[in-house]
Design a binder for this molecule. Sequence first.
Ligand code: UT7
Length: 318
Amino acid sequence: MSGSRITALGHYQPSRVLTNLDLEELVDTNDAWIRQRTGIVTRRIAAEEETVADMAAEAAAKALAASGLEPSDIGLITVATCSNRDRCPSTAAQVAARLGIPSAVCFDLNNGCAGFCTALATADHTLRAGAAKHALVIGAEKMSDVVEWTDRSTCILLGDGAGVAVLSATDDPKDAGGIGPVVWGSDPTRADAVRLMGAWQPRFAQEGQSVFRWATSELPRIAREACARAGLTPADLGGVVTHQANLRIIESLTRQLGLRDDVVIARDVVDSGNTSAASVPLALSKLVESGELPSGSPVLLFAFGGGLSWAGQVVTCP
Ligand code: UT7
């Protein structure tokens, strides 16, 4: 196969909306601080009994329906997540069972917030190698399960949800750049800068300022490299969908890239907060559903987080 491309997307968010004013009732914070430091206004929180697999399956069902494929066409399911409770079966295997997908290889992948872009590259490489023809690549998180609700420095940031891309192998040369070459890596000197450590229940913690400085200084170079590997410059992009951690990071990164004025920049962090590995596919799926990102646009996907790890690639919008 000469490559793979995204043929459909889907997403799911829980119905409960948690506002900044709601958080004022829980911890010593205020709406103005949260908006000014993070850009976040609301986030979605899953119901007590709602699981990562439930959200992943809801989003996957939508993406599969939009793709026009049959469940039996799917040969690979991978779920990027760091907040699922179940060690086994994998979240991916639970999605297969719920959607009646008969014989896909199923595995979860944990690369923190960089998980979806890592999974997308892994699935692309698998499809290029001919080991499957169609894949469900999922980012799904229930961060509300791993947040310390008394810690104002983190509980205001996180949210729950899932996003899915259907990936199909292609040997049509014009589709070869559907998923561009990945740029990925990690910085072991900052391995503990974002943490979800300890036995269940692990609790989310991070060195916020240090990650902020790293993200605003290091990411532009890495994002440019992802464009260059796809044979593009940032000025060629139609859209930029980065990990939705903080609006100030998104704005700093996009300002430094030298984008066109009409480029579409995902700002879903405002409505959804930081949904870790779900944030990129969730934001991408919403922009495509709303018609803001036209089919065929080159879109930079880029994510970073615990590790500190990063992964990104330019994809063609379905
Ligand atoms: O997704 C994984 C990757 N993670 C990231 O990308 C996160 C990157 N970092 C950030 O986004 C920002 O560092 C945060 C949003 C997490 C924090 O913003 P900050 O501007 O770096 O604030 P800070 O941690 O330096 O705290 C400034 C002040 C402190 O008070 P003092 O010591 O100056 O008196 C905090 O105690 O703000 C205080 N503070 C709060 N005040 C009101 C911390 N959290 C809150 C809060 N409400 N929720």
